[in-house]
Design a protein around this ligand. Structure first.
Ligand SMILES: [Zn+2]
Length: 276
């Protein structure tokens, strides 16, 4: 009897509610490369950290997983980068059949967009899809201010932009859905510093005008952050590559209820967020 009581009390608090919610697995800024540590970035350790995330997602059974950009780092040669991409994507692919990849600046530092997308088996860099009661949008901010797409070191990482054609597509896309909307981005659309998309105000204007966007999940600045701007939650997730050892990992399970309530369960250095 004592043992039974103890095991019940150790169950996660939200176990009952979570069963009906849509679950999405999130990771960001893996920066995988088979190269020595540089500063706080432990490139090789990403493989083990992703394995731990995979064990958690095996329990959570997400409908799909998303990596929010900077999946790889910046190899010296295209062939080397493609090898690193194959290695990390093999581990990521084993987690879930349904996967989404947000382009990060590092993903296209050595590769071209079509090479990265070809390597992970994804057709487009920005698009949307429906799952349950939600509409999800994947953004691509890897464009220079003159509209040229990032590829092979032709850009400064601080010059991230969402060009007019993508913004027009976004406005049209948001107009056609009746569902709650969640957006996935790499560069931040909630700040004006070097980590922000340069035309972030314009992007937020499109998101706000729709009246449907609940939250934006982003990476890029490697630290936990949260800004609520005009009714939209801009949640920045911690980078997987930062720090050594299992304790310096970060990944999360997003739970989305039919009523628009969103809860992020963070693991290791990733903070929990409750948007109810
Ligand atoms: Zn990064």
């Amino acid at each position: 009897m004592v043992l039974a009581a103890a095991s019940v009390s150790s169950l996660p608090l939200h176990a009952a509610a979570a069963a009906e919610d849509l679950c999405v697995g999130l990771v960001t800024d893996l920066h995988y490369a088979d190269k020595p540590t540089s500063g706080s970035r432990h490139y090789r350790e990403t493989l083990g950290k992703l394995e731990e995330a995979a064990l958690q997602f095996e329990r959570d059974q997400p409908a799909f997983v998303v990596e929010l950009g900077d999946f790889i780092d910046a190899a010296d040669a295209v062939e080397t980068e493609q090898k690193y991409l194959r290695t990390i994507n093999q581990k990521f692919s084993a987690i879930c059949d349904s996967r989404h990849y947000v382009l990060g600046n590092h993903c296209v530092d050595t590769l071209k967009k079509e090479e990265f997308l070809g390597g992970v088996g994804q057709e487009k860099s920005y698009y949307s899809f429906d799952q349950g009661d939600y509409h999800f949008v994947v953004l691509d901010s890897c464009f220079r201010s003159d509209g040229v797409a990032y590829e092979r070191k032709n850009f400064k990482w601080t010059d991230a932009n969402i060009p007019a054609a993508e913004l027009d597509w976004l406005a049209d896309d948001l107009a056609t859905t009746q569902k709650h909307v969640v957006v996935f981005a790499h560069q931040r659309v909630d700040v004006n510093n070097h980590y922000g998309v340069r035309n972030n105000a314009e992007v937020r204007n499109v998101l706000e005008s729709s009246g449907k966007v609940k939250a934006v999940f982003q990476g890029h600045s490697h630290k936990n952050d949260l800004n609520d701007i005009n009714g939209i939650h801009y949640c920045t997730l911690v980078a997987m590559v930062e720090g050594s050892g299992a304790e310096n990992n970060g990944y999360s399970a997003l739970r989305l209820a039919a009523d628009g309530t969103i809860r992020l369960t963070g693991f290791r250095n990733q903070r929990d967020r409750d948007f109810s």
